[in-house]
Design a binder for this molecule. Structure first.
Ligand code: ADQ
Length: 491
């Protein structure tokens, strides 16, 4: 059978993610307005050739059924976005509860804790959170199935929607479904502590193609399936009753052109000039992270403190700019982390600062894209000390903006990016404060020749492994995998 006869080609690409890439708000006249968040994922998926793309996700707010909701839904639809409405009680249990207090923690090697499941209120139990997770996944499923047409391809994103492949396959057995995980997938020894481990794995396994950032995560997933479900792992993936779920690594990237173009703009150039003036005569190190336990911000600060302590000659000559965007601010653990970071920053600035020098510039807020590009371009070292990180795109963005400077990337070996940018970076164990302090010294004193050579290696990778190639590769493999599965089904 010629392959192109098996499935109609040219269907749409339906991307399903927890959150739509758009912020909805009302203007002064009470009319809805949308602000599209440009980012790697959005531009990669919007640019995928041969497919028109439809996004399905939670719009970030809840609007009661009625005229107001219809007006917003119509506006979203014109942009290719279909909203999934989740009322606040369900959202809290599903998103803050099961997704972020259970799966996010576990996938980053933070063991489950008895009070972890109840941290959002005395009345949340794992049972309720799991029920909400199932219900929310059903809601996403309803929206997908409502718009699905034969020939469409569905690409499900991330740990929020691990049950969706099975919901979709149960309704339409021939539907083409891929699932990609943006976080690490942990060792089976960690994963098997999840009380609903079988249900989650079995549901995800219904996807035709299952993708991870690295081979390690793919391997952990396959061993979870073999150990917990007793299934057979094959070189291709996991076999269950004659059907194979293909499992593979698809390392994500960024859109480096977007950064190159931004650096040419007058706005970024003006920002760069201001920053260079401000930091003249000093070396500057940069940290850009969401304020999250997994990013290892306290560990990074302690390493810088140790470095300043041991190297008095560097005091007044180097500073750390740490941008920590608040996230999940209603979760007590994240509030505690914020206080801890503030306390350490205050201590270091108090101990090593002078009337004219502040060692750490710490900002608790989102920067504009142009501000961020300027910072990436002028700084001498990027310090990325994640305790676990699916990939870490900040490291890619830094490299993309360092063509002139050839700054040094100090990178945690626990970030997926260590497997792609490892050769050009200084790799560290973020838990080893001495190791990170030594890496800071190496980075600050590295010869220009070595910096340029390391940057060249990293840049080659970032320029060739883009968000676009990531999306193209996943989608074409999903298409091929599904054709093979369909042929097997027919014979
Ligand atoms: P994140 O945990 O959010 O993503 P990361 O990959 O570093 O981590 O992406 C963060 C993004 O936010 C970057 O594009 C960065 O520019 C932006 N950002 C961060 N701080 C900012 C600030 N102050 N102002 C403006 N923008 C800021 C998850 C996983 C990662 C994985 C990605 C993609 O946890 O491991 O790499 O998904 O798969």
């Amino acid at each position: 059978v010629p392959l192109d006869r098996v499935e109609p080609s040219g269907g749409r690409l339906i991307v399903v993610a927890n959150r739509l890439p758009v912020t909805c708000s009302k203007d002064a006249a009470g009319k809805w307005k949308l602000q599209i968040s440009a980012g790697g994922l959005v531009s990669a998926l919007m640019g995928v050739n041969n497919y028109s793309t439809l996004w399905i996700g939670w719009p970030g707010i809840y609007v009661k059924p009625g005229r107001d909701r219809d007006a917003l839904a119509a506006m979203l639809k014109r942009e290719g976005y279909l909203p999934v409405w989740l009322e606040s009680g369900l959202l809290d249990l599903y998103y803050n509860g099961f997704c972020n207090s259970v799966l996010w923690q576990l996938f980053h090697y933070v063991p489950l804790q008895l009070d972890g499941w109840q941290r959002l209120g005395e009345h949340q139990t794992l049972q309720m959170q799991w029920g909400a997770y199932q219900q929310a996944n059903d809601r996403f499923g309803e929206v997908v199935l409502h718009c699905y047409q034969p020939g469409d391809m569905v690409w499900v994103q991330d740990y929020h929607l691990m049950l969706l492949p099975s919901i979709l396959k149960n309704a339409v057995p021939r539907i083409k479904v891929g699932w990609f995980l943006h976080t690490p997938f942990p060792s089976s020894e960690i994963y098997r502590t999840l009380p609903v481990r079988e249900e989650v794995l079995r549901a995800t396994l219904r996807a035709d193609l299952i993708g991870f950032h690295t081979y390690d995560y793919a391997r952990h997933f396959i061993s979870s399936c073999t150990r917990i479900l007793g299934l057979e792992g094959t070189p291709e993936g996991v076999e269950d009753n004659g059907s194979v779920a293909r499992v593979a690594a698809f390392p994500i990237g960024i859109d480096p052109e977007r950064f190159a173009q931004a650096l040419e703009t007058q706005e970024v150039q003006m920002n760069i000039a201001k920053l260079l003036n401000r930091y003249a005569g000093r070396k500057v190190m940069l940290g850009v992270d969401r304020l999250d336990m997994i990013k290892g911000i306290p560990q990074k600060l302690l390493a810088f403190e140790k470095f300043l302590h041991e190297h008095p000659e560097w005091r007044d000559k180097v500073l750390l700019v740490q941008i920590a965007v608040p996230s999940r601010t209603d979760v007590p653990e994240y509030q505690k982390l914020r206080s801890m970071v503030h306390e350490i920053v205050g201590r270091i600035n108090g101990a090593f600062g002078t009337l004219t020098y502040v060692p750490i510039h710490h900002l608790d807020r989102q920067l504009s894209f142009h501000e961020l590009c300027a910072l990436y371009a002028v700084t001498d070292v990027a310090l990325i000390t994640s305790l676990r990180d699916g990939m870490n795109l900040v490291s890619y963005e830094y490299v993309a903006c360092q063509a002139d400077n050839a700054g040094v990337l100090v990178l945690s070996e626990f970030a997926g990016a260590a497997q792609s940018l490892g050769a050009g970076s200084i790799l560290v164990n973020p838990w080893n404060i001495n190791d990170v302090a030594a890496a800071i010294e190496d980075a600050l004193t590295m010869s220009e020749e070595e910096r340029r050579e390391r940057h060249r290696q990293n840049f080659m990778h970032v320029a060739t492994h883009t968000a676009q190639t990531w999306a193209d590769t996943f989608i074409s493999e999903l298409n091929d995998t599904h054709i093979e599965a369909d042929l097997r089904l027919r014979h």
